[in-house]
Design a protein around this ligand. Structure first.
Ligand SMILES: [Zn+2]
Length: 224
């Protein structure tokens, strides 16, 4: 009788478990989101991160190590649920308000950033898919920075070793000074840009740094 009771309890447990709500993923997490960041640390070269994360846990990342020579790396990841939640939570927890009030400055102030722990440009769109942060060793977004770094192989952060992709020196993004947007070279809007208003960038971080926004049609920052 007792054995039967245990068996019934075990069967009940298995019947209920698959229907249990998942602990981890917050319902408001979008189906995918991008985190872009330019960072510089004392011991490492300056690095641009871009990671695109899907709710399923699939992630594609790209880094550009900017010095002493420019190297581009990319890869794919499967995030565990706890990694996914940690990264998403870090994007929400970063103290963007204190950054914009206290640290945001004009792009021309980049010298200051090179010389001290100051942000020289911050843009954050909480609740949207894109978060771009430019910073140098800044506590307010350190958790986000650490969450990103923990996912990406060391060679892609330091530029030492690993399978770097040949960097294509041709300009990969075309910007329009009048609309303040930048595009993939093959976007339909590129032909509308007058020669005088045209500007080109080698990577998305440079375009963002000069306060151009990615075109919503060609989505030039998407990692593919
Ligand atoms: Zn475009």
């Amino acid at each position: 009788m007792r054995r039967l009771l245990v068996l019934v309890l075990v069967l009940l447990l298995f019947a209920v478990l698959p229907g249990c709500p998942s602990f981890g993923l917050p319902p408001e997490m979008p189906s995918d989101f991008l985190v872009g960041m330019r960072s510089k640390e004392a011991k490492d070269p300056p690095v641009d991160f871009l990671i695109k994360v899907e709710r399923s846990g699939r992630a594609t990342w790209q880094t550009t190590v900017r010095a002493p020579e420019r190297k581009v790396y990319s890869g794919e990841l499967e995030l565990t649920e706890s990694q996914l939640v940690a990264l998403y939570q870090a994007t929400l927890d970063a103290d963007y308000d204190s950054l914009s009030d206290e640290y945001a400055a004009e792009p021309g102030d980049s010298d200051r950033a090179e010389n001290g722990n100051r942000v020289f440009w911050v843009e954050a769109a909480q609740g949207e898919r894109r978060i771009n942060v430019d910073y140098v060793n800044l506590p307010a977004i350190q958790v986000l920075h650490d969450a990103l770094k923990s996912l990406i192989p060391e060679y892609a952060l330091t530029g030492r070793g690993g399978p770097a992709e040949a960097f294509d020196a041709t300009d990969r993004f075309v910007a329009d000074r009048t609309t303040k947007r930048f595009h993939h070279p093959n976007c339909e809007h590129v032909s509308e840009i007058k020669a005088d208003n045209r500007e080109t960038f080698k990577d998305w971080a440079d375009a963002l740094n000069f306060r151009f926004d990615p075109c919503p049609v060609c989505k030039p920052m998407e990692v593919n």
